[in-house]
Design a protein around this ligand. Structure first.
Ligand code: AN7
Length: 376
């Protein structure tokens, strides 16, 4: 029967994903997110670059992780796994917990004590995951997950699972679908570095070009020989931005004690280190870093001037783009896409310093405030 409505990534892109025709998809109708053109900020910066936000916060659990998770969990379920496991700075755990529930599987998540945004924690709890809060950071959790995966019957759904990257490459598909071409630049936050690698796989496939990331990644898939028809002639320059306290790609080596208020990307040992460098080299791109202050300031600007509320980690992409446009590194007239990886509602603590005052419920009080704001 023909599908009447959008039913998720796997149904839409099954031919381009390592999923057999008759495998039932474990889905929450992820993907198909909007590409929102920024209007006010580019004008203020005096640029005629087009800047578009791929707003991944509108996925079912509020981040891009759902794209990878639908593919990884569909495969794990098909292979008969009873349980999945991940280490997470928050979003992966929220997504894993939701998709495990869809699949009727157990979900175990390792999270760093004190450094996961409240909304993400609420999701993992509400979806019924078993939460292992560790006195350590994401990198410690990741090491443990790798070890336990060798000894226990649990499928790892971190992005070291190549099916995750296969799902996430669809961000590139949708971007090209919306623009009719690849953008000149695709900019995004880099933590564990799976997403930048996945974007590069997608763009390379659509351009009919070889990429070492695609090759290496596909060779680690059980059975995968995907032939995507060529749709565009070019690939974008890939630009990865990190938080200064947590910027191994800028230091050129792993960072032992990563720190940043953007907890989603508080990662010192990126698992897709080699892939991200391949994308960097093959696209002629670069990595750069922003301070927490720059990140939080841009998060606020996107919310208050563009109407787009993303989480702190996501805002690093636009903070970096602003600087690179101003310096001329990104030339005037370019088409720039920024992946806004997660929703601002995930982390309500960004407003914890704001104290609201209550007033008596009188018409005069309300009119006073409106009058002074509007100058009438
Ligand atoms: C909002 O949830 O690693 O470079 O464990 O949540 O592919 O790791 C989250 C990563 C960017 C970085 N933006 O992506 C996790 C986790 C948001 C994120 C990233 C993350 P990668």
């Amino acid at each position: 029967m023909e599908k009447q409505h959008y039913t998720g990534l796997i149904d839409r892109y099954r031919d381009f994903l390592p999923i057999a025709p008759d495998t039932p998809a474990i889905t929450l109708c992820e993907g198909d997110t909007p590409l929102i053109e920024l209007k006010r900020l580019p004008r203020e910066w005096g640029t005629d670059c087009r800047i578009l936000a791929k707003f991944e916060g509108l996925n079912p659990t509020g981040s891009f992780k759902d794209r990878g998770m639908t593919v990884a969990v569909t495969r794990a379920s098909e292979e008969g796994s009873r349980a999945i496991i991940c280490a997470s700075t928050g979003n992966t755990s929220a997504s894993a917990a939701a998709y495990a529930t869809r699949a009727g599987m157990e979900c175990f998540v390792l999270i760093p004590e004190g450094n996961v945004a409240l909304g993400k924690l609420a999701q993992a709890i509400m979806h019924g995951a078993t939460i292992l809060q560790i006195k350590g950071n994401f990198d410690d959790g990741m090491r443990l997950v790798r070890e336990v995966g060798e000894e226990m019957p649990v499928a790892i759904v971190n992005s070291i699972n190549p099916y995750r990257l296969q799902g996430q490459k669809t961000i590139a598909y949708e971007t090209v679908g919306a623009l009719g071409d690849a953008p000149d630049y695709h900019c995004l936050p880099v933590g564990n570095a799976g997403n930048i690698s996945a974007h590069w796989i997608g763009y390379s496939e659509l351009a009919g070009l070889e990429s070492s990331v695609t090759e290496t990644c596909e060779s680690s898939l059980a059975s995968c020989s995907i032939d995507v028809p060529k749709q565009v002639d070019k690939r974008p320059v890939m630009v990865g931005y990190q938080a200064s306290g947590s910027a191994p790609f800028l230091r050129g080596e792993w960072v032992e004690k990563p720190e940043t208020r953007a907890t989603a990307i508080r990662i010192g040992h990126p698992q897709s280190w080699d892939y991200a460098w391949m994308a960097h080299r093959e696209s002629g791109g670069w990595f750069d870093e922003c301070t927490d202050e720059e990140i939080l300031d841009m998060q606020r600007q996107l919310a208050s001037r563009e109407g787009v509320f993303c989480e702190p980690a996501s805002a690093v992409s636009v903070a970096g783009v602003m600087r690179d446009i101003r310096s001329g590194k990104i030339e005037n007239g370019s088409v720039v896409v920024c992946t806004l990886t997660g929703h601002g509602l995930k982390d309500p603590s960004v407003v914890e310093d704001v104290k609201l005052e209550s007033v008596e419920p009188t018409l005069a009080n309300i009119k006073d405030v409106i009058g002074s704001k509007l100058g009438v």
